[in-house]
Design a protein around this ligand. Structure first.
Ligand code: SF4
Length: 243
């Protein structure tokens, strides 16, 4: 388990690592770049680079942490990857149930497997389920997410690489937006980001603007730190209200 620089969480837990690309948002996958770097460094768990694999030895990691922590589960993989055995997912959710002091944020781009898994199962109360949406053509994932019972539903619109258009946010508690980073990053048009912020405000949904990424609000390429995270003159770091 690791502390993380991902602003919208507190730590990461990766009981599986590796993945394969399924959608436009995967093109410049950060986890793939990191996995290859970790493989070159000889890091434990990354012997096969970005190839998907489960790591049962990491299952017990949250059990030893007493301090309530918000974990992003699988920053280096997708929990609903086609090669993830449902039996192993059951073991992950058992650990989650046994540690009610923590909250677990689970994000996927594989909504059909997510749906299949929860057809006959209930998400523990401390699970936040989310889907990634990267442009208007991937909005169907939100409908699938809405159909699953869970305490918090969130959407990560990162990297935002195309206009999202109109959003139905009924049943959604939190929206995160961010632009892409890295040498091959695709620009995020500021109008696309503003459109999402406005719809969140209208529908009273918590809005978190993570970053512009490699391309600034002015459409200029520069260091992502310099591009920052100011949208419409301010920072947006709202969090869902937990009942
Ligand atoms: S689903 Fe996520 S981890 Fe998997 S390839 Fe796509 S961006 Fe990378």
């Amino acid at each position: 388990m690791k502390a993380t620089k991902i602003e919208w969480t507190e730590a990461t837990w990766n009981p599986s690592v590796g993945c394969s690309k399924v959608t436009d948002g995967c093109k410049n996958c950060y986890a793939e770049i990191m996995a290859k770097r970790l493989q070159a460094m000889g890091a434990c768990g990354y012997e096969d680079g970005f190839k998907f694999k489960i790591l049962p030895e990491r299952l017990s990691q949250p059990l030893s942490i007493r301090k309530p922590t918000k974990f992003f589960v699988n920053s280096m993989s997708d929990l609903f990857h086609k090669n993830m055995p449902f039996e192993f997912l059951d073991r992950i959710f058992e650990v989650i149930e046994k540690t009610p002091q923590h909250n677990y944020q689970i994000l996927t781009k594989r909504e059909s497997i997510l749906k299949k898994y929860f057809l006959k199962r209930t998400a523990p109360k401390n699970v936040w389920l989310g889907v990634t949406v990267e442009h208007g053509g991937t909005k169907n994932r939100i409908d699938v997410l809405r159909s699953i019972e869970t305490s918090v539903r969130f959407i990560s619109i990162e990297p935002l690489i195309g206009d999202i258009g109109e959003l139905n946010l009924k049943g959604i508690h939190w929206v995160i937006v961010g632009g892409e980073s890295g040498v091959s990053a695709r620009p995020m048009n500021s109008k696309w980001a503003v459109n999402i912020q406005k719809q969140c405000a209208e529908q009273k949904i918590a809005f978190f603007f993570k970053q512009w990424g490699t391309w600034g609000a002015d459409g200029v390429r520069r260091n992502k730190k310099k591009n920052g995270s100011i949208l419409l003159g301010r920072e947006w770091k709202e969090e869902p209200v937990l009942s």
